[in-house]
Design a protein around this ligand. Structure first.
Ligand code: COA
Length: 324
């Protein structure tokens, strides 16, 4: 009999209505479409309206993930977010109640751009332990609300959104099985990406240092999970890395030996959506229909904390709705 595993069986995404193009940003700050495309690969991003809070976007993504899996109940709900609706309580109970899932275990994970990888690994542990049979893992962030409108390095990168995955107990040979994970942190890097604890403070990022650390941390994590599952880099069908900068995606592919053509690119249309970036890129890959069940997939992220990690899984048998 095959070994037990948590298996992804549903995916969903949600994006705010408002598209903010590079051209628009160039009319309100000292930047150009050409600079943003060349240095980041981003063409446009979405900005949330007042009514499109983190919990609202998370609820829509979650509904779509449940519909994609063809289920309407779940044992555990985790929201990965660093931009919760309120400092307290957590966003997850609100999302669970919005879905009519009163009474289930629900909590937030705060790991900034690594949040989805952290939450997905946590859900697989919960399923592997037998504590729950199924889980909904949602990455949702609305960082544009915390950006300094005069800071051109952060304003050009970030966008808002949410993505979700539904998992349930199964076996390692089923398409969608989560096969290995690795998670890490180093609190000494906390000021590289942070919102200072002063009234009205904006999000701050040391872009160059983050770039360097993101490349090395994601590359090491990818190598760790590849070794765990015994895959060669050349065999990987899809590298779904946190969508922060196209140059980071290409460098991680080249450092790990994964062909650059296998790196999923979604940031051109949504920018860096923080915890939503990986599930949104997965949803996008599913929508494009260029993945087949059983394909070898590696997810990896780096974010504030600092935090980083990777997951090896196979591509699920799945149909998803395009959130664009
Ligand atoms: N438009 C035009 N020029 C800009 C600009 C913008 N939006 N942002 C910065 N510049 C300028 C700088 O002022 C600098 O000018 P100078 O040479 O005259 O001083 C020049 O471009 C180069 O700046 P630099 O900061 O070295 O750019 P970069 O190539 O490192 O790109 C980032 C900046 C932020 C795009 C890049 O560092 C990055 O993507 N970092 C990682 C971000 C990330 O991953 N964050 C999330 C992790 S969770």
């Amino acid at each position: 009999m095959s070994a037990a595993a948590a298996v992804v069986r549903g995916l969903g995404g949600a994006l705010p209505e408002r598209v903010v193009t590079n051209h628009h940003l160039s009319t309100i700050m000292d930047t150009t479409d050409e600079w943003i495309r060349r240095r980041t690969g981003i063409a446009e991003r979405r900005h949330s309206a007042e009514a499109e809070s983190t919990s609202v976007l998370a609820t829509t993504a979650a509904r779509r993930a449940l519909a994609s899996a063809g289920v309407n109940s779940v044992g555990l709900l985790i929201v990965a977010t660093s931009t919760p609706d309120k400092v307290c309580p957590a966003t997850a109970p609100r999302v669970a109640a919005n879905l009519g899932l009163h009474g289930i275990a629900a909590f937030d994970v705060s790991a900034v751009c690594s949040g989805f990888v952290y939450a997905l690994a946590t859900a697989t542990w919960a399923i592997a332990s037998g504590a729950v049979n199924s889980a909904l893992v949602i990455g949702a962030d609305t960082f544009t609300r915390l950006l300094d409108p005069s800071d051109r390095t952060t304003s050009v990168i970030f966008g808002d959104g949410a993505g979700a995955a539904y998992l349930s107990a199964g076996t390692v040979d089923e398409p969608g099985a989560v096969l290995a994970s690795t998670l890490h942190s180093d609190g000494d890097g906390e000021t590289l990406i942070h919102v200072p604890r002063t009234a009205g403070a904006f999000f701050e990022m040391q872009g160059k240092e983050v770039f360097t650390q993101a490349v090395s941390a994601m590359s090491e994590s990818v190598k760790t999970v590849l070794a765990s599952v015994g895959w060669e880099a050349a065999e990987v069908d899809s590298l779904i890395a946190h969508q922060a900068n196209l140059r980071i995606l290409n460098t991680v592919a080249s450092v790990t030996g994964i062909p650059g053509s296998k790196a999923e690119v979604h940031l051109d249309r949504v920018g860096n959506t923080s915890a939503a970036s990986i599930p949104l890129a997965m949803t996008d890959a599913g929508t494009k229909g260029h993945r087949s069940p059983g394909d070898k997939v590696v997810l990896t992220a780096f974010g504030g904390g600092t935090t980083w990690g990777a997951i090896a899984m196979t591509w699920p048998t799945i149909s998803v709705v395009d959130p664009h």
